[in-house]
Every structure is written in structure tokens, then in C-alpha cells.
Design a protein around this ligand. Structure first.
Ligand code: SF4
Ligand code: SF4
Length: 458
């Protein structure tokens, strides 16, 4: 290790150095890279578990996912696996498992709530009492919407609950009125600002401030000290609290659009094919993921703002709030900014990418498609390994590289996948698009001519 990070930290067994922790190498012989790969595997499994739990809540189960989680955890036990190469293979297997679990969750969401369709959502408060729902659990939202119908209470989404507005069986409730705030990390400001009852269904909850801690309710695995926990979707106390708090005032609203599912995007396939082959769309980007208040995360807005007008951006998860207020317009009816949903909807991006491969008869890495990931917590780790499992190369990762990946691990990721840290947004765009070509003197060059030849030769 050439930097000043701890080489490793493990204190899981009684042999731990000085009774406090193995920090240079394990008393058992475990090397730092193995320790870090074990941590990496655990983080990916945490992400898979979150999606698995949400799918389980909707009645969906997959024995292969459950078996992998058990096997993966067992692997990280003391004196079981000291093989770095095998732990990389297991990380890729975690990526494969995460594809399965994201697919299961997407199918369960569609089965229960219908295929999402693009929906404009108002951001701001309406006159009347309110409940704000944050997290990812649509089942929790649905049960709340049923129980609040006719009470006069307005229900708002926050953070990752925004995509709920795109699902027919959720948006049919007229009192699901809009969104308050943006990503999870604005909650201390937003929860204090709006005098509503708050339901936290999953992450990302922060320890509540005094101003609003008496209005926070949690459920399922989410808990914060002193906040009442809702059991079995029995929302009586939450509803009483909302009514007791009284009315919010009407605010001037802005709007954002969410709810692009695979079917909606693929209904544009013929048009996309035409636009790509005649050079009117030069490149697709997936920009998003879990977001954090890290100063470097301003990169994502600058990146999207500076993209040329012949590019299309798919976005998802909290990362979208960095730029989903931008009006990027459309390219002959194809929107330039497409919100595909929550972090688990990375599976939608995968499905769209694979459909583009079929459409243009190209391999995944030949497509004019670049992924610019933001990561914060461990679901994003699972998603990163899913993309690596699918063989996606040339991705950008930020706002910082994972601290548990030491030089040895980063070397593998760079050499095999050309995983790149964020640089300067304009320079990164210029580098990514330098070979894409454009219409020059009536001739098509670069990726455009390649795609046209593929189509003509079919
Ligand atoms: S498992 Fe190995 S590295 Fe971890 S505490 Fe025990 S001896 Fe140390
Ligand atoms: S997308 Fe990630 S950061 Fe945002 S609420 Fe979900 S888990 Fe948290």
C-alpha cells in the first residue's frame, strides 16, 4: 500500500492483534487485499439484501438469491477463504445475484402497480394536512394511500419515493399530490420546513432534529430512538398526528418528470434507430446512482449541463436530483432526460442497453453508451458489481473511489474494466465523445458510420 490508509481492519475473532484489531495483516494470515475483498463482498450483499427485502415484502422470493447471501456471508467467516482471486469471482457472482434480485423487484413492482408511464410531478405543498413518505417501499405507500383516502390528508413523496408517481396503481390516488424536497440528505431542512407527519420506510433516514423528531414514524427495518414504529401497516397514529398538525399552505410549484419504464422507452426503438443512424443522437449516458453531499458531487450537474444536444441521458436514484430540474428538451420526440426510477431500476438501464445491442447488432461495449455512476452506500456497490458482471467497461465512478478498494483492487478494476474516477466534466465529455463522429461535409464518421453499416448489412 502506497497511501496512508489503514491497510486493513478486522476484529472479528479472538486472535485479533493486541485484542483490538488486525490492521497490518491478520494474526490468522489474512492479507489486506483479502480483508478488503471480504468487506467489498459484505457491502455488495448488504445492497442485495435491501432489494431482496423489498421484493419479499411484495411476496416475491428467489431461492438462488437467498442461497448466495448465505454462502457469501459464510465465506467471510474466520479461517474460511484466503483466496483473493476467488473473492473477486464471488464479487462478480454478487453482481449476477443483484441482477436477479433487481429483476425480481422490478417484476413485482410492475405486477402490483402496473407498468410505469412518464408522469409530471408537482414539487411543493398544497393546502391541507400532509404525510410525507420517504424511502423505497411502494407497498408501505400503497397501504397508506388506501387508509388516508377521504381523510383530507395529502400524501407527498420524498427522495427515492418520487418514482411512485409513475405507477398507475399508485398514481390513481388523487391525494398522492406531489413531492417535497429532493435527495435524502436534504431531509433535515425539508422535514423541519414542512409541518407534516413523516413516514420513513427504508433508507436513507438520518437521526431526526429536535424540530421534527416528534413527527417521525418508522417501520420495518428502519428505527431511530424514540420514534414510534408502525407495525403491519397500521397507520392510525401517523394519520392522527397528520390531522393534529393542521394544514400546510399552498406553495408555488415546480415540476419534474419521472416514470419511464422499459416498455415506454422501447416503444421509441424505431425512432431511436433512425436518429442514431442519421447522427442525430450520438451517444447515450446513464448518469446517476446514490448521491451524497460530497463537494465533488457537483460534477454530475456540470456533466449533464455540458453534454452536447445530440446526447440522451438516462438517470435514476438520488443522483437524479442533481439535475432533474434541467430542461434538456427532446430530439424529434425522444426526451433527452429520462428518469427510469429508483436505484434498483438500474435493471431498466440494463434492459434498455441490451435492447440497444439487439437494435444495432452490437456488443454492450461497442454501443455509444457511457455510464457515469455516483455511489454513496452499499446498494450502489451491488449495482457496480452487476455492471462489471455484465462486462461493462469504461465507466466513470465518483464522487470518490471506494475507500476499501486498495491499490491492488483498483488495479484489477482499471486494467480489466477501465473504471475511471471523475475528472473535469468538460474534459471527460470531450474524451468520451472524441471518436463518436458527427456529420462532416455530408459524410458520417466514427460511431455513426459504424452503426449505419451494421444496420445496412443486416
Ligand atoms: S479473522 Fe484474522 S484478521 Fe480478522 S481478527 Fe481474526 S486473526 Fe485478525
Ligand atoms: S438512492 Fe441511495 S442514497 Fe438515495 S435514498 Fe436510495 S439508498 Fe439512499
Amino acid at each position: 500500500m502506497s497511501n496512508d490508509k489503514l491497510d486493513m481492519f478486522c476484529y472479528q475473532c479472538s486472535q485479533t492483534a493486541r485484542g483490538t484489531g488486525c490492521t497490518i495483516q491478520g494474526v490468522c494470515g489474512k492479507q489486506p487485499t483479502v480483508a478488503r475483498l471480504q468487506d467489498n463482498l459484505i457491502y455488495a450483499m448488504k445492497g442485495i439484501s435491501a432489494y431482496n427485502k423489498n421484493a419479499n415484502n411484495l411476496g416475491s422470493k428467489n431461492a438462488e438469491v437467498d442461497e448466495f447471501l448465505t454462502k457469501g456471508l459464510f465465506t467471510t467467516l474466520t479461517n474460511v477463504n484466503f483466496d483473493a482471486e476467488d473473492l473477486v469471482k464471488l464479487a462478480l457472482e454478487a453482481g449476477e445475484t443483484n441482477v436477479k434480485v433487481m429483476k425480481m423487484l422490478k417484476e413485482a413492482n410492475i405486477e402490483h402497480y402496473g407498468e410505469p408511464t412518464p408522469t409530471e410531478v408537482e414539487v411543493g405543498s398544497k393546502k391541507g394536512p400532509g404525510i410525507l413518505v420517504t424511502g423505497h417501499d411502494f407497498k408501505a405507500l400503497e397501504e397508506l394511500l388506501k387508509q388516508t383516502e377521504g381523510t383530507g390528508i395529502n400524501v407527498y413523496t420524498h427522495s427515492e419515493m418520487l418514482p411512485a408517481h409513475g405507477y398507475p396503481e399508485l398514481k390513481k390516488y388523487k391525494h398522492l399530490v406531489g413531492q417535497l424536497g429532493g435527495p435524502w440528505f436534504d431531509q433535515k431542512e425539508i422535514f423541519a420546513k414542512y409541518n407534516v407527519a413523516i413516514l420513513a420506510t427504508t433508507n436513507c433516514i438520518l437521526l431526526p432534529k429536535d424540530e421534527y423528531k416528534d413527527r417521525v414514524f418508522t417501520m420495518d427495518v428502519v428505527k431511530v430512538p424514540d420514534a414510534p414504529q408502525i407495525q403491519n401497516h397500521e397507520y392510525g397514529p401517523l394519520i392522527d398526528k397528520a390531522l393534529e398538525l393542521g394544514d400546510l399552505e399552498d406553495e408555488t410549484k415546480t415540476t419534474v418528470t419521472t416514470g419511464f419504464g422499459v416498455k415506454v422507452i422501447l416503444s421509441l426503438a424505431d425512432k431511436i434507430k433512425e436518429l442514431v443512424s442519421n447522427g442525430k443522437i450520438r451517444r447515450f449516458f446513464v448518469v446517476g446512482g446514490c448521491d451524497s453531499p460530497h463537494p465533488k458531487a457537483t460534477y454530475y450537474r456540470e456533466f449533464v449541463e455540458n453534454l452536447p444536444s445530440d446526447t440522451v441521458v438516462l438517470t435514476l436514484a438520488c443522483g437524479k436530483f442533481r439535475f432533474n430540474d434541467l430542461d434538456l428538451g427532446d430530439i424529434e420526440g425522444v426526451p433527452r432526460l429520462i428518469d427510469i426510477g429508483q436505484c434498483n431500476d438500474a435493471i431498466v438501464a440494463v434492459d434498455v442497453a441490451l435492447a440497444l445491442c439487439d437494435l444495432f447488432d452490437m456488443e454492450l461495449n461497442e454501443l455509444p453508451l457511457t455510464i457515469v455512476l455516483s455511489w454513496m452506500e452499499q446498494k450502489a456497490v451491488a449495482i457496480l458489481w452487476s455492471l462489471l458482471y455484465l462486462g461493462k467497461t469504461d465507466m466513470l465512478l465518483g464522487p470518490i473511489l471506494p475507500a476499501w478498494a486498495n491499490d491492488d483492487i483498483l488495479k484489477v478494476l482499471v486494467e480489466n474494466y477501465n473504471l475511471t474516477p471523475l475528472g473535469d466534466p468538460k474534459e471527460d465529455i470531450a474524451r468520451i465523445m472524441k471518436d463518436d463522429g458527427e456529420q462532416k461535409d455530408g459524410k458520417k464518421v466514427g460511431i455513426i458510420s459504424k452503426i449505419e453499416k451494421k444496420i445496412l448489412n443486416k
